[in-house]
Design a protein around this ligand. Structure first.
Ligand code: FAD
Length: 395
């Protein structure tokens, strides 16, 4: 992995372009192997030395950082001002955010966890971006103020681009005040009543930070009963308001025959850390997507009953992992099930020698390929890996 000094980056990318050398943009390199294999990984260009926090406009609730800034450093800096970036620690990090990777990597993968329930996804926090195109020319979009911009939306294009369109060098993100009070609830019981509670909750005026489905395997791992669960996280400026919300939810849950366990903030964090899990190096890591109304039906699938799965009850997005003993045809079955439920399944990691495509072609494939051709005409970047395209055109 090459880790160039910031002032050498543009020259280096221009030289790679002139030679037509394939290369892979990288942050800290923590999750480069996830997703489809890249055809040529001899040149990996890391942004790790682009690691400055350029401006934290505390009063404006924005922060501008270089792309190689570790997410952990950013959250630590914001915390000193009682602010935060409303994003979970990524899978595979620990509860303190060790191994969480860089902010550029976070944007390039565009994935978010359960906190999306209240705060939406990574792209919704992004208000400005600086990048180097494949030909080494610098480009910029958005700004440092929270507003909508007209025109070509580079921010959304690069969020989830997996390094296939250009090198992100700088991002401006919106920040939020730390909620002073937090509480949690773990609700357990049969899937049917849990789903009814989920529906009631989503149509109520309550705005939990988190409504995560847990499969029985995750509940067991967390020391709870081996049954499905809903983990709720609630946040507010007032503890009295939180107590009232918890009471309302528990009353409703009891009417439905569910058991509720109140969680103080420390316990909530500890349980979330267990659920975060550490995918086995040689196993499967699967990203599920389904219509939110279909989440309980997906969890009822036979193959998912024994696997650790965490699924956002309001977003329908989540992750599951399994050892190498899970046969590939079961994963294909799950993919068909997700598609039938209005979603997708992405294989982030699979056992060695596995041949399940990371993703299938999406309906907008022709447009994705046209954008790729414009941004990277020589097909140099992340060759063989283009989100939404099963077999990207080879040069
Ligand atoms: C709750 C949650 C769950 C997540 N789960 C997963 C998951 O299961 N799998 C996963 O892969 N990610 C996941 N992510 C995203 C995760 O944050 C990133 O993968 C991680 O930040 C990568 O950090 P890194 O710096 O080590 O990037 P790397 O591992 O170096 O790179 C990751 C990807 O981003 C690209 N990339 C990195 N930096 C840049 C840049 N500056 N410009 C252009 N492209 C770049 C790389 O080409 C590669 O495709 C999750 C995030 C959250 C919040």
């Amino acid at each position: 992995m090459i880790t160039p000094e910031p002032h050498d980056l543009a020259d280096l990318v221009q030289a790679l372009h002139a030679e037509g050398t394939p290369w892979l943009p990288a942050g800290s390199g923590s999750r480069l192997h996830w997703g489809p294999p890249v055809q040529d990984t001899s040149t990996v260009l890391s942004c790790q030395r682009l690691n400055r926090i350029l401006e934290h406009a505390v009063g404006d609730f924005t922060v501008t950082v270089e792309a190689g800034t570790p997410l952990r450093d950013l959250q630590e800096t914001l915390r000193r001002q009682n602010q935060w970036l409303t994003i979970d620690w990524p899978w595979g990090s620990d509860a303190e955010g060790h191994g969480a990777g860089t902010v550029g990597g976070l944007v390039a993968r565009g994935m978010a966890g359960g906190l999306r329930q209240r705060y939406l996804g990574v792209r919704d926090q992004l208000i400005g971006i600086g990048l180097l195109r494949a030909d080494g020319v610098a480009a910029r979009a958005g700004g440092k103020v929270v507003k909508n911009v007209a025109g070509y939306d580079l921010m959304r294009l690069f969020t989830g681009s997996w390094g296939s369109l250009g090198l992100i060098t700088e991002v401006t993100l919106r920040t939020s005040p730390q909620p002073p009070e937090r509480r949690g609830l773990l609700l357990q019981g049969e899937l049917g009543p849990l789903d009814e509670l989920r529906r009631w909750l989503l149509s109520s005026s309550l705005t939990p930070e988190l409504i995560d489905w847990w499969s029985p395997a995750v509940a067991t791992q967390a020391g709870a009963d081996p049954q499905h669960a809903l983990l709720l996280g609630l946040a507010s400026v007032s503890d009295a308001a939180l107590r009232a919300q918890c009471l309302e939810i528990r009353t409703r849950a009891e009417q439905l025959g569910l058991r509720g366990q109140p969680l103080d903030p420390e316990r909530l964090e500890a349980l979330r850390a267990v659920a975060l899990g550490h995918p086995e190096p040689g196993g499967w890591l699967l990203r599920f997507g389904t219509l939110p109304s279909e989440t309980s039906a997906l969890l009822a699938e036979r193959v998912l009953r024994d696997l650790p799965v965490v699924l956002g009850a309001g977003s329908g997005l989540g992750d599951g992992w399994a050892g190498s003993e899970l046969p590939a045809y079961r994963v294909e079955e799950l993919r068909r099930s997700c598609v039938a439920r209005g979603g997708v399944l992405t294989v982030l990691q699979q056992p060695p020698g596995g041949h399940v495509p990371a993703w299938d072609d999406v309906p907008s494939k022709p447009m994705i390929e046209a954008v790729k051709a414009q941004f990277d005409p020589k097909q140099q970047l992340a060759r063989g890996r283009l989100p939404g395209v099963r077999d990207p055109l080879r040069p």
